[in-house]
Design a protein around this ligand. Structure first.
Ligand SMILES: C[S@@+](CC[C@H](N)C(=O)[O-])C[C@H]1O[C@@H](n2cnc3c(N)ncnc32)[C@H](O)[C@@H]1O
Length: 291
């Protein structure tokens, strides 16, 4: 089996990445080794190891600073090939981790005789990796993708085709958070822009120079979109519906406060595969509180 590549564009601060490398290597050596590793990955993923003039052009793009995943043109996410031709936010392994958990739960859930379709909303959809993963793995799920940027809705359609997802199983909604979303869902899955502006200096250069920044930053404390999302999400949830939402580890305390303030009674906050607080699952009764 092909080795899984360590993701190079995490929104985690650089210091954590450096700590995990071999401390006896100096920075220049480490940088050179990483470049070589990424080039090997490019050759393997896109060209099955063959070097042609096209390969050389791609290597040059990469050396000029273009993100390796954009050069390759797709990433693997839950067994799907997520297309990156429109340059959406690059799906992260942290997201793949909790979406896998959500899929396990949806699969366990007993389908009622009346509602045989599980209705999901992938909001802040970007590349659509969350919803496409669900559609691929759960044949009785339908997904509405909500995203502000039109070009990313096109991106989702490209990926859905690439993964042989039937067109009737999903809808594309151009929406400012919930502004154009209608109806109620069994599952709402959200990975909002949540990085605090203050963390900008600690972020990897490749993220800042390559990825759409409106997908990354959530205002001064990173909570601007999360607040708007949590205030409204309960109105789009079926009676036994559940919400999964990703956030940044240092926001845990604020997230707990916000959830209570918005009337969410039951929730579980969990860590990702790197031991960082990363996502919340919200379920059960929601109480209506005055605004
Ligand atoms: C962190 S990315 C998540 C992308 C994808 N769901 C994932 O997990 O990789 C956030 C996405 O939210 C979109 N976005 C930003 N502001 C928005 C808004 N007001 N309403 C809807 N989507 C928005 C961005 O364009 C971006 O695609």
């Amino acid at each position: 089996m092909k080795a899984k590549r360590e993701h190079s564009s995490s929104t985690q601060p650089k210091s954590q990445k450096i700590r995990s490398s071999n401390p006896s290597q100096n920075l220049a050596t480490r940088h050179r080794n990483n470049l070589q590793k990424e080039i090997r990955w490019l050759l393997e993923e896109k060209y099955r190891g063959k070097r042609t003039t096209e390969t050389e052009k791609d290597i040059a793009r990469f050396k000029k600073g273009e993100h390796i995943d954009y050069v390759i043109g797709f990433v693997n996410f839950l067994g799907c090939k997520i297309d990156l031709s429109q340059r959406p936010f690059i799906p992260r392994p942290e997201t793949e981790f909790w979406v896998e958990k959500a899929i396990q739960e949806i699969t366990r859930r007993k389908r009622s005789a009346r509602a045989s379709l599980i209705r999901c909303l992938d909001i802040f959809a970007g590349s659509g990796c969350i919803g496409i993963g669900i559609l691929k793995r759960i044949p009785y799920a339908s997904v509405d993708f909500a995203e502000k940027e039109k070009k990313f809705l096109k991106q989702i359609e490209i990926s859905a085709k690439r993964n042989n997802i039937e067109r009737k199983r999903y809808r594309l909604i151009q929406s400012d958070i919930f502004s154009s979303v209608k109806g109620k869902y069994d599952y709402i899955l959200a990975n909002p822009p949540y990085v605090a502006e203050a963390r900008k200096k600690k972020m990897q250069k490749s993220v800042l120079e390559n990825e759409p920044l409106q997908a990354v930053f959530g205002g001064k404390d990173g909570l601007a979109y999360i607040k708007r999302f949590l205030r409204e999400a309960k109105n789009y949830l079926k009676k036994d519906g559940k919400i999964y939402m990703e956030f940044d580890a240092p926001q845990k305390r604020e997230i707990e406060k916000l959830l209570k303030k918005c009337g969410y009674q039951n929730f579980e906050i969990s860590k990702d595969q790197y031991g960082k607080w990363r996502y919340v699952k919200i379920y059960g009764r929601v109480i209506e509180l005055g605004r």
